[in-house]
Design a protein. Sequence first.
Length: 273
Amino acid sequence: MNRAVIGGLERDKKFMDHIKELYAYRQMIFSLVHKELRGRYKGSVLGFAWTFINPLLQLCVYTMVFSVIMKASIEKYYIFLFVALIPWIFFSTSVTGGSTSILSAGDMVKKIYFPREVLPISFVTGAFINMLLCFLVVFGVLFVTGFGFNYFALLYLPAVMMVEYILSIGFALLVSSLTIYFRDLSYILGIITMAWQYLTPVMYSSDMVPARLLFVWNLNPMTPVIEAYRQILYYRQIPNMSTLLLTIIMGFISVAVGYIIFRCLQKGFAEEL
């Protein structure tokens, strides 16, 4: 057996051992998620209600701008926007908040051993649970307005959610490790995600993008994710297989890249913190 094959087998073994180690620390992830959810709105008057108020307020603002002022021609624009806005809020929160997940736990990182990936994973998991709760509002709006559902198409929704979860973990791993060495990144990401939202078909349809730019537009990993949500909930259709496949590919590429860079950079975390 040549050295390349042996090296590949050793890398595979190390990867699997690390996955097993992360699984062994699952209780720590659950504890951090619980702490994050309890502490998010601690001390505020409305408390956990902000989980639902925040997206509803954003929905009202965007609907006012694009339905009343700019007068978007899309039928029932508030639903068109809402079913894409909630997933986008989850992703942008995972990126911006996940970037400081290790930095904010500096004392713990320096004092005790645990897989450092636990921190960004727990932050994204907390944001994911928050998104699931917000989807109760989405389903409520669809039901109360009489918009309705395609129940067969809804069977694909958990798969799309899980792919976005994986995609978000990949980006959180990447930015959380880079922020340790470049602290300004946490501030820059706020601007990047704001611009990224306008480059993603959240507030408009992909049909509005010029044909010559579609290839570049589809390189955005969030484009097929948002399209899949919208096909299921707004158009009430089974997502196109090409959309689903592209979503899955984007998700696993992001988590692979994020994991590799995180593993390379984590050796210097304690010193930099």
